[in-house]
Design a protein around this ligand. Sequence first.
Ligand code: SF4
Length: 230
Amino acid sequence: MRIAGLQKLTLLDFPGRVACTVFTPGCNFRCPFCHNASLVLGDLEGSFFNEEEFFRFLGKRRGILDGVAITGGEPLLQPDIGDFLARIREMGFQTKLDHNGSRPDVLRDLIGRGLLDYVAVDIKNSKEKYTETAGCVPAMVDRVSETVELLKQGNVHYEFRTTVVKELHEEEDFRKIGEWIRGAENYFLQKFEDSGELIQEGWNAAGKEEMQRYLETVRPYVMNAALRGM
Ligand code: SF4
């Protein structure tokens, strides 16, 4: 398992849990507004955080941390992600996964093996604007749709979320996203933040009023919808 970084404590990344966050390198999307450019575009053969060192750290956090959030990059590109999650679970910690929705086959397997407690999947935009917003090939849109249907079966707790970028999203997109994810467990509209390390410069956050309007647009489709980071 390639571990590009470790945040030893987070109260935000795993809803309702005290956790640490593991960052994995590489991604099969190229969202131009991605705020983790070095993780996505950086040297994938470079030196990484030692896996055994991570598990030694985790062993010392028993009784302090509830769980581990795994994010990227795209964690499901790691071939040994299942073994990694299984080891975390065996140590008594809960697991949360951030995913771009492109690997429903891998996600189905992990859910089936009971290795995930919570999954957060990005809905980058309406289907019509997906490739532009995620920097991905058109075939990925069907895969994200498969992931949406998989999670809506309710075999694991989950959220969908959209990072709202002023130049990429408009109200009609949220009506379409609402129809797409209708009946979902949770949906969050997240405020875009310029980390200073974007894949492409020139993006801005939507204003508070716009965000509120988009939230009202999506609410008829998802009861538990909310703004995040506002
Ligand atoms: S924001 Fe896009 S490019 Fe960046 S890690 Fe997530 S899916 Fe990959």
